[in-house]
Design a protein. Structure first.
Length: 173
């Protein structure tokens, strides 16, 4: 089975690479429309948390959280995570859109990686009213919070507007 699963008349099944490029583009576009995700973890117990995120061109997700939060402690025990992203204000009678993601999470400590994430965070999350992240080295040295990177293994994209019959596509990594 190709990495881009589900059937749709808008994608040519003879071109799986092109299909994956189109699907990746559609997922990237959808991620840009949202800023909040639910991340589920399992350490000693199952736990779910809502966190703000930014993403990169490879569809990796980044979030910031205090080290002592339940989901952060769980990631230290078991780095497998599940993520859900959807606009909770979308009406039931309109096209339904959302992502379900499984992957792994790890903390990011490289100052060069944090510089990019801080820039994106300040632009997309903090905006003009939120707390700005300015010094990655101070952030790492303080040790109170961490930036986590979620690397997806599988993304299921529900979009009944794009795929009214099959309703979703799956991108495997």
């Amino acid at each position: 089975m190709s990495p881009c699963q589900g059937e749709d008349r808008g994608f040519n099944s003879l071109r799986p690479l092109q299909n994956n490029m189109n699907l990746k583009h559609e997922i990237d576009h959808y991620l840009k429309t949202q800023s909040l995700m639910s991340v589920a973890t399992y350490g000693d117990i199952p736990w779910i948390a809502n966190v703000y995120y930014v993403h990169d061109a490879d569809l990796n997700l980044y979030f910031l959280s205090k080290n002592w939060r339940e989901h952060c402690k769980a990631i230290e025990i078991n780095n497998n995570v599940a993520v859900a992203i959807a606009d909770s204000s979308q009406p039931i009678y309109r096209p339904q859109k959302g992502l379900q993601i499984s992957g792994t999470a790890q903390s990011v400590n490289l100052v060069s990686s944090l510089q990019w994430m801080f820039k994106m965070w300040n632009k997309l999350i903090a905006g003009s009213k939120g707390e700005k992240l300015t010094d990655p080295k101070k952030f790492v040295d303080a040790g109170l919070s961490k930036v986590y990177k979620i690397t997806p293994k599988r993304i299921k994209f529900f979009n009944t507007e794009l795929w009214p019959k099959d309703q979703f596509k799956i991108l495997e990594f």
